[in-house]
Design a protein around this ligand. Structure first.
Ligand code: SAM
Length: 330
């Protein structure tokens, strides 16, 4: 039985599943202060529907890694149960979670017990005033508690994702790295991408990976880490001779689309073959119209065939996807 092969020979084995488009933060580079028009409840996949589609991906389509995201996946009530049912699948996939960390202190142990392997926690600053400026919420302490809770529950290595914004937190990159190293967390800087609901992203003002390196090199010695990068988006560097590392995900300035092994399922049951895809394939309607597992698997395979060679952010013809990151699943 064939897997998720695209027209350029890439095979998707890493599934990102958005469990909700809702979030309890309002990061300025992601969504407006007032939030967004959330998906109508009846269009959001039920827990059983999520588990059924993930099961097809794992059993029939060769998916080996499942990452739950959103919106904010911790606001999804059925999360622990969904993780547990995913962990029971054969072959058992790697299971991870991308979260803003709010409430993670309370749920980390239950998630680990259910079978969650790892977490990526998004944190752009360790200064509370900058945290408020970026997220529009005064919740830094909750995020820090969530990180500590994840480490205590054995969800290691705990990874931290940070986006740098010019004039807001870009000069704080070294202090964030130092703090993460002290805490034993693996930090990755992600270039800001044109995926915000407000369409405020600008190529000429975004903070590039090159600038991030330059700023970090003022305080640290960075050398390419030895482990092979493979299809991982982050370029890894040993910090001050190691063993600590820092990653930089240069999605815009050094795209890694040629090695992409990802596919996405939105909270309302649409397959997206790329973050920047302009088309989606509707598995929810097919599933609710009683499609069989084999039919859903076929639809999913077909959806991959249209995957473009690259996201084309730097092309003059580039069009930002109509859904923002929070609705696609970051
Ligand atoms: N709520 C969860 C979280 O905060 O991790 C999961 C969803 S969030 C959309 C996933 C990641 O996408 C976060 O690390 C966030 O910083 C990042 N993100 C959101 N908008 C982005 C953008 N325009 N460019 C780059 N990263 C972005």
């Amino acid at each position: 039985m064939s897997g998720l092969l695209d027209g350029f020979g890439r095979v998707a084995t890493d599934l990102r599943v958005s469990l909700t488009d809702r979030c309890n933060l309002r990061c300025s580079y992601c969504m407006p202060a007032e939030g967004l028009d959330w998906l109508p409840d009846e269009t959001v996949l039920t827990d059983d529907e999520v588990v059924r589609l993930v099961g097809i991906a794992v059993r029939d389509l060769g998916v080996r890694e499942v990452r739950f995201t959103g919106g904010e996946p911790l606001v999804r009530r059925g999360l622990v149960d969904i993780v547990g049912r995913t962990a029971a699948m054969e072959p058992r996939p790697e299971i991870s979670l991308t979260t803003n960390g709010l409430g993670l202190a309370r749920t980390a142990q239950a998630l680990a017990d259910a079978g969650l392997d790892r977490v990526n926690v998004s944190l752009d600053t360790i200064r509370s005033e900058t945290f408020f400026e970026i997220t529009r919420r005064d919740r830094l302490d909750d995020v820090l508690a969530g990180l500590a809770g994840a480490a205590a529950a054995g969800l290691v290595p705990v990874k931290v994702n940070a986006v740098l914004l010019r004039g807001i937190n870009d000069t704080q990159a070294p202090e964030l790295l130092r703090w993460c190293i002290d805490q034993g967390y693996e930090l990755r800087f992600i270039e800001q991408m044109p995926l915000d609901a407000q369409h405020g992203w600008r190529r000429d003002t975004m903070v590039t990976a090159e600038e991030t390196f330059a700023r970090l090199r003022e305080e640290f010695l960075l050398e390419p880490a030895e482990e092979p990068r493979g299809s991982a988006p982050a370029e890894l560097f040993a910090v001050d001779g190691g063993p600590a590392t820092v990653g930089v995900i240069a999605s815009v300035t050094r795209p890694f689309c040629g090695d992409c092994d990802r596919v996405r399922l939105t909270a309302d049951g649409q397959v997206r073959n790329c973050l920047f895809a302009r088309e989606e394939s509707d598995l929810r309607t097919a599933m609710r119209d009683r499609a069989t597992d084999a039919e859903l698997a076929d639809r999913w395979r077909i959806a991959m065939l249209g995957k473009r060679a690259g996201h084309g952010i730097d092309d003059v013809t580039f069009l930002q996807p109509s859904r923002p990151m929070s609705a696609i699943g970051g």
